[in-house]
Design a protein around this ligand. Structure first.
Ligand SMILES: [Zn+2]
Length: 191
């Protein structure tokens, strides 16, 4: 039984800015069409066997590296935008830890907690959200931390682009983890 489908390739632009997590097959197309400017990693993530190549009289074999940087300019400067928010990225940013009681929980037991409640105009942003367990979230209710007498054990922050890709990645291999981790801001909790 192959778990190949679980592997994702980190796609960068030519300057090394993360663009997307892509499938092995998608990455193999970039390799085969000579769209890759440079690669990084300790050897191939996988070797894909393609169709029979009549001209060369052999079956094509493509080594897929774990990180591929594509030729050409990125369509937009993704670095200028804050990384897209998601529940699971928030929980991983906060290390699965409730901001009020400090307990560690499974993802299914965690909730997104608005520091300034939505009813008071609090927004759905990296800086206004922390991870909380159900009981703490329920106890705080529609109050600010001050009103509820519940202080935050850690502060929210906006992950940088490398951190956001690390938070979003699944089954990230050690060499790719290392490459992304070397580019995290100093105050990141992922260190
Ligand atoms: Zn809690």
């Amino acid at each position: 039984m192959s778990h190949r489908h679980e592997h994702q390739v980190l796609q960068l632009d030519v300057q090394g800015t993360p663009q997307a997590w892509i499938s092995l097959e998608h990455a193999a197309v970039h390799v085969a069409t000579d769209a890759v400017a440079w690669t990084h990693g300790d050897g191939p993530l996988a070797t894909l066997r393609g169709g029979f190549n009549v001209a060369r009289g052999c079956r094509s074999v493509i080594d897929v590296p774990p990180i591929v940087a594509l030729r050409g300019a990125a369509a937009i400067n993704l670095f200028a935008e804050p990384p897209a928010f998601s529940r699971s990225k928030l929980f991983r940013r906060d290390r699965m830890t409730c901001a009020y009681c400090g307990g560690r929980f499974r993802e299914s037991e965690l909730q997104c907690e608005h520091i300034v409640p939505e009813s008071r105009g609090g927004r759905w942003t990296w800086m206004n959200l922390v991870t909380a367990c159900g009981p703490c979230n329920g106890r705080k209710a529609d109050r600010t931390p001050e009103e509820a007498g519940m202080s935050l054990l850690y502060l929210p922050y906006v992950p940088n682009r490398f951190e956001a890709f690390l938070l979003a990645g699944r089954h990230v291999r050690a060499d790719v983890h290392e490459w992304l981790a070397a580019r995290l801001p100093k105050d990141s909790r992922l260190h």
